[in-house]
Design a protein around this ligand. Sequence first.
Ligand SMILES: NC(=O)c1ccc[n+]([C@@H]2O[C@H](COP(=O)([O-])OP(=O)(O)OC[C@H]3O[C@@H](n4cnc5c(N)ncnc54)[C@H](OP(=O)(O)O)[C@@H]3O)[C@@H](O)[C@H]2O)c1
Length: 234
Amino acid sequence: MQNVLITGSNRGIGLALTTAYLGRGDRVFAACRNPARASDLQALADTHGSQLVILPLEVGELDSIRAAVALIKEHTDTIDILINNAGINAPQEDQRLDYIDFATMTRLFRVNSFAPLMIAQQCLTLLRRSHHPKVINLSSEMGSIAETDYGGWYAYCGSKAALNMISRLLANELSRYNVIVAPVDPGWVQTDMGGEDAELAPEDSAAGLVALIDGMTPIDSGKFWRWDGSQYPW
Ligand SMILES: NC(=O)c1ccc[n+]([C@@H]2O[C@H](COP(=O)([O-])OP(=O)(O)OC[C@H]3O[C@@H](n4cnc5c(N)ncnc54)[C@H](OP(=O)(O)O)[C@@H]3O)[C@@H](O)[C@H]2O)c1
């Protein structure tokens, strides 16, 4: 049994990852902004009991991150897998050159780029107690500089590209503690963010991600992965 911390676990890919890890017997610390309104997580708690711990977490606030880690410490001294899944986008129109502003840029970078780093920082002591610790950051193909042939989307694409660099730097710094760190693209997924025309069901993306994460060894750290186990160009 592994201890898995998943942010943004109340819907979308985070909920599918939570369901997948619970289904195979792992313990999930399911973090979300508002546990009282997380009805799908509450339903999972009815089935899985103490295997699921639901935690309040606003990823953009250090006090909230610290409080969530303190709650986890009441249950365990070890996190095996941290999945920084919580993420946000903004309407395409708001990200065109004419409309983009400091507020949108800051909001998306805070949640998509800065929060995963601060959560990893606050979880490091718990991660270092794991035999095979992993930090998995939900990035996007829209964060790939090499593949980008369109304009606009400054906040979302910029924040995911920044997350990729942050993941690479973190992988290098934490290699001395054997912590594997990797940004992963979940594919285009049918969620509130991905929309109903997306290619993948959340369960299929989650199944691919779980298999990918299971198979990661230190040589895979600091690389940009896709949900299907292939590598993605930076
Ligand atoms: N869907 C896709 O096609 C796709 C493609 C590439 C990458 N991704 C990435 O995959 C991850 C999950 O995406 P998704 O499609 O599942 O998105 P989603 O359906 O929009 O769900 C986003 C999740 O993040 C949470 N969240 C947002 N801001 C938060 C904050 N400040 N603090 C805590 N939680 C917060 C949301 O919580 P609330 O319910 O409280 O808002 C929700 O649980 C994201 O990082 C996204 O960028 C998605």
